[in-house]
Ligand binder design. Structure first.
Ligand code: IMP
Ligand code: MG
Length: 177
């Protein structure tokens, strides 16, 4: 597995400190607001687990699973594989995502959740790749701005592999071919 990684982009130590910082910032901003964190599976799972341990205010959590409809990228249609199990009406929603790339997924998800009348919707993403943005969606919270490279680890995959790497790495180009 490690032999497929060209270089470590974000080390375990850097992840730990930036994620802690985000947790503290969100705790400060949402004090007394009882937010609901909505994790986008599967990529969010390690980031969200670490983030939540640095959130020290009352809150709840839920998860969604989504995938892009193949062949309909231009419409930005996203398939909901697992919907929320909690009611978000009147709640402050914080979407927790692994990486904001084209923004198509989060743009769709944000509009979809708006339809359920939450009090607010914020986006907390581990990484932001602003150079690839197609949809008008911005992160309220992000830990790292990353270049246009395909990254894996700490929850992120390539063909379902590498999610278990404890750091964020750049895959060797030959893995794609
Ligand atoms: P978007 O709709 O283009 O913003 O895509 C977001 C989703 O694509 C993320 O939640 C990831 O699951 C996936 N993704 C985008 N870039 C990467 C990457 O560099 N590595 C792994 N997954 C990625
Ligand atoms: Mg994802």
């Amino acid at each position: 597995m490690k032999k497929d990684i060209e270089r470590v982009l974000i080390s375990e130590e850097e992840l730990e400190s930036k994620v802690a910082e985000m947790g503290q910032k969100i705790s400060h901003d949402f004090e007394g607001k009882d937010p609901i964190f909505v994790g986008v599976l599967k990529g969010c799972f390690i980031f969200m687990a670490d983030l939540m341990r640095h959130v020290d205010i009352n809150c709840s959590m839920d998860f969604m699973a989504v995938s892009s409809y193949s062949g309909t990228r231009s419409t930005g249609a996203v398939k909901i594989n697992k919907d929320l199990s909690e009611d978000i009406e009147g709640r402050h929603v914080i979407i927790v995502e692994d990486i904001l790339d084209s923004g198509v997924t989060l743009n769709y998800l944000k509009n979809y959740l708006e339809g359920r009348n939450p009090a607010s919707i914020s986006i907390a993403t581990l990484m932001d790749k602003p150079s690839r943005r197609k949809a008008p969606v911005y992160a309220d919270y992000f830990c790292f701005e990353v270049p246009d490279a395909f990254v894996v680890g700490y929850g992120l995959d390539y063909n379902e592999r590498y999610r278990n790497l404890p750091y964020i790495g750049v895959l060797k180009p030959e893995i794609y071919s």
